[in-house]
Design a protein around this ligand. Structure first.
Ligand SMILES: [Zn+2]
Length: 113
């Protein structure tokens, strides 16, 4: 199994759809689908809070409670994702093994396993 470009040894490779065959996709757990936007929102809220602390007289109570709620939801989603992780790993490995055609993002070299 080769996860690097055979030409330039770059690990920045991406799968390309095989003609005829339906593109195999790993099963992305729902918890991850929730976790990523939640972390993103959390980062934005924390950033806004910091800016308000610097330029204003502290973050508003609405903003503070929103940050706490998003933080709690992120922790829950993170915990659920942690439980889904073994299944996700297996599904991801299956995907990597079924995928035969790859393309390098560094040098655009394409190869087949
Ligand atoms: Zn390459």
């Amino acid at each position: 199994m080769q996860y690097r470009c055979p030409k330039c040894q770059s690990p920045k490779i991406m799968p390309i759809a095989q003609a005829g065959a339906a593109a195999p996709r790993p099963n992305v757990p729902k918890s991850l689908v929730f976790l990523i936007p939640l972390i993103f929102i959390l980062l934005i809220l924390v950033l806004i809070s910091i800016i308000m602390w610097i330029f204003g007289n502290g973050a508003g109570s609405t903003l503070q409670s929103a940050t706490v709620v998003v933080f709690i939801l992120s922790v829950i989603a993170g915990f659920l994702f942690y439980r889904d992780l073994p299944d996700f790993k297996i599904s991801m490995q299956g995907f990597m093994q079924n995928q035969k055609k790859w393309k390098c993002r560094e040098c655009s070299h394409e190869w087949e396993l």
